[in-house]
Design a binder for this molecule. Sequence first.
Ligand code: DQA
Length: 147
Amino acid sequence: MRSMLILNGPNLNLLGTRQPEIYGSTTLSDIEAMCRAHGERIGVTLDFVQSNHEGVLIDALHAARRSKDGAILNAGAYTHTSIALMDAVRSAELPVVELHLSNIHARESYRHHSYISPVAIGLICGFGARGYTLAMDALFSHLEGFG
Ligand code: DQA
C-alpha cells in the first residue's frame, strides 16, 4: 500500500457552489469520496485535508514528511503568492503533484505564475474534479517507477 496526502487550500471547501462555471458542481466531499474509492482500486491510503489557513497547510506538509509517500497539492490562490508554501513543499522532501481544477494558464495573467511548480514533480490542471484521480495515478506511477 502507498500512502498519499491530498491537500487543498483556501476556498476549496466551497467547491460545488463557488463559481461552478469555472470549478464545476462537484463538492469537495464528492471529490474526497472519488479519491478514496480510487485509492481502494489502486492500493493507496490517503489523508484528505482542506484548510483556508496557510500555516495549517504548511503543518500538514511537515507532518507528511515522514508519514506519507507523496502528496497532491491544490494550493488554491496560495499557489500564486506563497513562498512559505513553496519552502514547505521543498522541506517535505516528498514527491508532490501540483493540481488545479481549472487551467490556470488559460485564465488571468496573475494565475500564470506558480510558486509550487518549481518544487513539484509535475502539474495537472484543467480537468476539473477528475484531475484528483489523474493526479493520484500520476503520483502512483512516479512512486512505482513506471515508464
Ligand atoms: C485553483 C486555481 C487558483 O488560481 C484559484 O485561486 C483557486 C483554485 C484551481 O483549482 O483551479 O482557488 O487552484
